[in-house]
Ligand binder design. Structure first.
Ligand code: ADP
Ligand code: MG
Length: 281
């Protein structure tokens, strides 16, 4: 029986090591070595780089799905010139992610369309690339999932699951009313997470509206107490990127609603709404 050639042996090793990308380029790399276009070291580098890039791309794709970052946005695709109120360097510093190691909370505030979700997602994508675990959700989805878990008697393990991640992104705080009990569940999450993990929150409402958003001034104050400690607050005051070509169609009364001027939803006069204790809704 003929001895296996060195080339066949290398190919077999690459198969055994599941290095499919390196195997695919092996012949062309060796060809370049023969034609003296690559040195031996460069050839090795080329094979390993090919394999690493393939694996890294796959890891990031899987991690983005696990993190629920299905819509990929990056800082490279963010046009800072459109949002002059935004300090570009401050955002670039955030993207270095030391706020995650410091377990800080980042608030991205501003009217609709100014890029809050885009920036939050971009920070999430940067974190995934940097091997950090991320969980992206809207506040409404988060509270729905906590309510379901509570009904199923698994709230504690659900809270533990969400709080395991290094970065929790809660998008759209204040867009939709919170269901009864939701504020308490969110508080349990925030309280358990306090100083244990980083959080990014986006909102079109100012902190003064949190009592209204959560339907309970006491819970809102307790939430803000945790979420403003060690916090980085980024306020974006600008025009909607969504409406950049159709701004003239928006009635003047709705244009450029800054956080201060944003109207609180009207509450019917009379008895304050009763909140139900967590666990009963
Ligand atoms: P918000 O969450 O503040 O309502 P989004 O982040 O969802 O706004 O932005 C709305 C859309 O406009 C998204 O598709 C987003 O990618 C895009 N967008 C917003 N601001 C910018 C910007 N400065 N540069 C590039 N795209 C932007
Ligand atoms: Mg948004």
């Amino acid at each position: 029986m003929n001895a296996v050639s060195p080339l066949e042996a290398v190919k077999q090793h690459l198969v055994n090591l599941k290095m499919a990308a390196a195997l695919e380029v092996l012949d062309s790399v060796l060809d370049q070595v023969e034609r003296q276009q690559l040195s031996t070291l460069e050839a090795l580098d080329c094979l390993l780089a090919e394999e690493y890039t393939r694996r890294e791309t796959r890891r990031i794709r899987t991690q983005l799905l696990t993190s629920r970052l299905t819509q990929v946005k990056t800082l490279e695709s963010f046009d800072f010139s459109f949002q002059p109120s935004l300090d570009r360097n401050r955002i670039l510093t955030l993207a270095e992610l030391s706020f995650i190691d410091r377990r800080q909370t980042v608030h991205l505030l501003g009217p609709p369309g100014v890029g809050k979700s885009h920036l939050a997602i971009a920070l999430g994508v940067a974190a995934v690339k940097a091997h950090k675990s991320v969980y992206f959700t809207t506040l409404t989805e988060l509270i729905t999932s906590l309510t379901q878990a509570e009904r199923a008697g698994s709230l504690t393990s659900r809270l533990r699951y969400i709080n395991r991640v290094a970065l929790l992104i809660v998008d759209e705080v204040g867009y939709l009313p919170i269901e009864p009990g939701g504020a308490n569940q969110f508080f349990q999450l925030v309280n358990a997470r306090y100083e244990k993990g980083a959080t990014v929150l986006t909102s079109n409402r100012g902190f003064k509206d949190w009592g209204t958003i959560f339907g309970d001034n006491v819970v809102a104050a307790a939430l803000l107490d945790r979420l403003l400690h060690h916090a980085i607050v980024v306020e974006i005051e600008g025009h909607s990127y969504r409406l950049r070509e159709h701004a003239n169609l928006v009635p003047d009364t709705l244009k450029g609603q800054s956080l201060d001027r944003m109207e609180k939803p009207k509450r019917k006069p009379g008895r304050p709404r009763q909140r139900q204790p967590a666990g009963r809704d």
